[in-house]
Design a binder for this molecule. Structure first.
Ligand code: SAH
Length: 252
């Protein structure tokens, strides 16, 4: 390792609107030597980064993900060469973003690093659709969960029954593909089939879309609207608040 080892910043980009970058994220993007990113920060933010300092460590041309080991090794290699590296992640770097694993890898390799929080899509996504994640009149908790797991598997780490019992808002990330599975689990757990559900696709991107339904109808809505990742699923009474504000939100 050279004496002048660089530094890695694990930076959250926020949900995609460049105005929702933190001041620190923006400053670091301007001053970094290299930006390692995937597609989640969105076209507007990525478009502001000069091509010659961007390295895409997201999905490769063949549709496969760049292995995490590659990204880990690349961060270390660049820092050891004295570079200032921004590892740019969508939303917040440690909310389902493998930021935790990357921190440990950097620490084990004695690479100086810093985490720069970002606005997570788990909160900004619903807000962009006029949905508050809590509401003092009727929701006192909110849970952020991954929908990526197969809910019928015994070893699923998400306990949908327990979540239904909280009576609070459930925000699901990576939850487009497995929507039929977990909405069925929540109904089985006794949740009202008329509970409002919203899907927010590409929240805060120029082509954001929102689709709404209920626990019973949302799978059909997803299919008829063709909702695709990245999207946030919000399950709970708060999703119904959208109807009360949408006219003003869209007129803004
Ligand atoms: N660290 C990120 C989440 C990474 S997991 C964050 O804090 O936001 C990837 C998932 O995030 C996607 O499958 C999707 O559910 C969600 N997501 C991220 N950005 C999004 C956006 N702009 N609109 C909708 N969903 C988004």
């Amino acid at each position: 390792m050279s004496d002048d080892v660089g530094k890695v910043y694990l930076v959250g980009s926020g949900p995609g609107d460049p105005d929702l970058l933190t001041v620190k994220a923006k400053r670091l993007l301007e001053s970094a030597d290299v930006v390692l990113h995937d597609k989640l920060p969105g076209p507007e933010i990525l478009g502001q980064i000069p091509e010659d300092k961007r390295e895409d460590v997201g999905k490769r041309a063949g549709g496969e993900w760049t292995p995490q080991e590659y990204t880990n090794a690349r961060m270390v290699e660049l820092a050891e060469a004295g570079e200032t590296v921004v590892r740019l992640k969508g939303g917040d770097p440690t909310v389902f973003g493998r930021g935790g694993e990357e921190m440990v890898h950097l620490a084990q390799n004695e690479i100086p690093f810093e985490v720069v929080p970002g606005i997570t899509s788990a909160i900004a996504g619903p807000e962009a659709a006029g949905i508050p994640v809590t509401h003092r009149d009727y929701v006192s908790s909110v849970s952020f969960v991954t929908g990526h797991e197969d809910p019928t598997k015994d070893e699923s780490a998400v306990d949908w029954r327990a979540l239904a019992d909280t009576g609070g808002t459930i925000v699901v990330l990576m939850g487009v593909g497995k929507l039929p599975g977990y909405t069925a689990e929540l109904r089985k757990a006794g949740m009202d089939p008329d509970t409002p559900v919203a899907l927010i696709e590409r929240a805060t991107w120029p082509d954001q879309r929102v689709a709404t339904g209920t626990l019973d109808t949302i799978v059909d809505v997803r299919d008829s609207e063709g909702i695709e990742p990245p999207a946030i699923t919000v399950v709970g009474e708060v999703a119904g608040e959208r109807d009360r504000v949408i006219e003003f939100l869209e007129g803004a």
